[in-house]
Design a protein around this ligand. Structure first.
Ligand code: ADP
Ligand code: TZD
Length: 579
């Protein structure tokens, strides 16, 4: 017996298991961070990943972990990993997976799952759910691995699906039994795949580039719209050259702000409602003609009726060949990755490109100056209590002084006003509610932004928006992240002024506890709380947060009558429209 024991030990040391192979497969592909929440059957996976040097960030709710993973994907072009337990944990993460798919962010949701043979016979296993089937319609791709020797392939397929072409959310189902499966260690290592060229360049066809340039050349009132696809592409220098060499005015979509500094003279953001209906040729770069752009038609675009075409001709640069014609005719689709497409356009433009007609540029400048002056007047007001403008004027200054800070933004009025008031100066600094206008991304985004960029994070949150992920302030404190959360507190969803129409003891559905002190929440976990009732107090608190880099929450008291229902999208709200 005495001689047999060492042999057993040797044999065991040559075995690997499912846990190990998942970790090895991720690490082999350069993935070093996991956003998740432990429990059966993935607790040991989180432990062992941490033991192997991965950063394992644990959240209070999987939804926040998922949002963190999704935005990490946006910021890095590498799939963000969210790890959850089975059924309920998986479902909590699923919202973020759908969000990633809808926003074209690369992300992989890895969930442990229950025993297949029990789930498939619906025999009532612990946390039983056919997760793969549930995930599939919301994911760009969904895979399940049943054998340890297939883990390498499963992870490789998930990575490729997440980042190639139009990025999106991928689901990877790992049943509990897989983790403990053992396999010869050398065979296990051989089974892993280091993905070569996960997001291959997609070079546009020369004739598509030529067609686009010809259309652009004939334009009298050209306009470029930069979307978050352009920000994602990390082709910042090329995009800037294209804008500056053509002299064409541009509009940044929300998360494309800062691709060129918002103070750039060619930015038409302050004249948006003038340029959209007036433009004759519009070049979309990584932006879809969805609701955020009024579907490319209707009154926003100068159309007579709500669904009428405004007469614009469109060039659309997008990696998805299916995107063109989604809402209106695209005269010149340019299909490829943005870096390749913009480079090809630049090559075709050469040096002798004629700038757009002076009267177009002058007309835009006039509107811009007028609107900027009007806004400056509003921002200079100092009402008591504060309103969105007087608070955001402070935020604007703090961001200007810290242009590398990441800027997280959610809410309705808090979102719309911040988007137009707070200038961004560098690419991929502004991250927000995205395509769905989703509430709850806030604290997850803060964690990922701080972890990925190591920069200061400033989050501007409506009080309702903050509540969706508020418990994650513990996470901010636990990891001691340099995050300054400002809750623009006006006592409710949109505003705090509604009354119960039936006159009963319940407050109206949009109203919260009045005068709530959100700053006390973070103090419970050792963070810094501040209460600001004036712009000066807000400025002091934010500046101190940035200076100290300590997790901070500023409860900024806003007039509860300030703002509008649904912010700027009141028209989408059926009853408000009726009123
Ligand atoms: P926004 O909301 O800012 O208008 P969207 O999310 O609607 O932006 O559009 C982003 C678009 O960018 C999507 O159609 C997507 O296919 C595209 N896209 C994402 N990454 C790339 C890339 N690297 N190259 C080309 N297109 C891309
Ligand atoms: N639930 C989810 C997940 N997303 C949503 N967008 C909503 C609900 C509906 N909703 C909005 O569209 S904005 C908003 C909700 C609940 C909150 C607005 O209130 P706020 O912001 O306090 O966050 P303002 O600045 O007071 O308007």
């Amino acid at each position: 017996m005495g001689t047999a024991e060492p042999q057993v030990a040797t044999a065991q040391s040559q075995l690997s298991d499912g846990f190990q192979l998942v970790i090895d497969a991720l690490k082999l592909n350069g993935i070093d961070t996991i956003y998740g929440l432990p429990g059966i059957p993935i607790t040991d996976l989180t432990r062992r990943a941490q033991a192997e040097g991965m950063r394992v960030l644990s959240f209070r709710h999987e939804q926040s972990a998922g949002y963190a993973a999704s935005i990490a994907g946006f910021l890095t072009q590498q799939p963000g990993i969210c790890l959850t337990v089975s059924a309920p944990g998986f479902l909590n993460g699923l919202n973020a997976l759908a969000h990633a798919t809808v926003n074209c962010f690369p992300m992989i949701l890895i969930s442990g799952s229950s025993e297949r043979e029990i789930v498939d016979l619906q025999q009532g296993d612990y946390e039983e759910l056919d997760q793969l089937a549930v995930a599939r319609p919301l994911a760009k791709a969904a895979f399940r691995v049943l054998q340890a020797e297939d883990i390498g392939v499963g992870v490789a397929r998930a990575i490729r699906a997440a980042v190639s072409g139009r990025p999106g959310g991928v689901y990877l189902d790992l049943p509990a039994k897989l983790f403990a499966q053992t396999i010869d260690a050398a065979a296990g290592t051989r089974s892993l795949i280091k993905v070569v060229d996960p997001a291959p360049k997609q070079v546009p066809a020369p004739e598509a580039v030529k067609r686009a340039l010809e259309l652009l050349k004939g334009a009298r009132k050209p306009l470029v719209i930069l979307g978050k696809g352009a920000a994602y592409a990390q082709a910042d220098a090329e995009i800037r050259s294209l804008i500056e060499r053509t002299g064409i005015p541009y509009l940044p979509m929300s998360m494309a702000k800062g691709l060129l500094p918002d103070t750039h003279e060619q930015s038409a953001a302050a004249a948006r409602s003038y340029v959209l209906p007036e433009a004759d040729v519009v070049m979309l770069i990584g932006a879809r003609l969805n609701w955020l752009l009024a579907h490319g038609k209707g009154k926003t675009w100068g159309g007579k009726g709500a669904k009428d075409w405004g007469g614009q001709r469109f060039i659309q640069i997008d990696i998805s060949p299916q995107e063109a014609d989604s809402n209106v005719r695209i005269d010149a689709p340019v299909v490829g990755d943005i870096a390749s497409c913009v480079s090809a356009l630049l090559a075709g433009i050469g040096s002798g490109w004629a700038k757009p007609p002076a009267e177009w540029l002058r007309a835009i400048q006039e509107r811009k100056s007028k609107n900027i002056a009007k806004m400056a007047e509003t921002l200079a007001g100092n009402p008591s209590p504060m309103n969105f403008h007087s608070a955001l004027a402070v935020v604007r200054d703090v961001v200007k002084a810290n242009p590398d800070a990441m800027f997280v933004n959610e809410g309705a009025n808090a979102l719309d006003f911040a988007r137009s008031i707070v200038d961004m100066y560098r690419p991929r600094k502004r991250i927000d509610v995205g395509t769905w206008g989703i509430m709850g991304v806030g604290m997850g985004y803060c964690v990922a932004a701080a972890v990925v960029t190591r920069q200061q994070v400033i989050a501007i949150e409506g009080d309702s928006a903050f509540g969706f992920s508020g418990m994650e302030v513990e996470t901010l404190c636990r990891y001691n992240l340099p995050v300054c959360v400002v809750v623009l507190n006006n006592n409710g969803v949109y505003r705090g002024t509604d009354v119960n129409p039936a006159g009963g003891p319940d407050v109206a559905p949009t109203v919260f506890v009045k005068g709530a002190r959100y700053d006390k929440l973070i103090e419970a976990f050792g963070g810094v709380g501040a209460h600001a009732t004036t712009p000066a107090e807000l400025r002091r608190a934010m500046e101190e947060a940035v200076r100290s880099r300590r997790p901070t929450l500023v409860n900024a008291v806003i007039d509860e009558t300030a703002g509008t229902e649904s912010g700027r999208i009141t028209s989408l709200n059926p009853s408000a429209k009726k009123k």
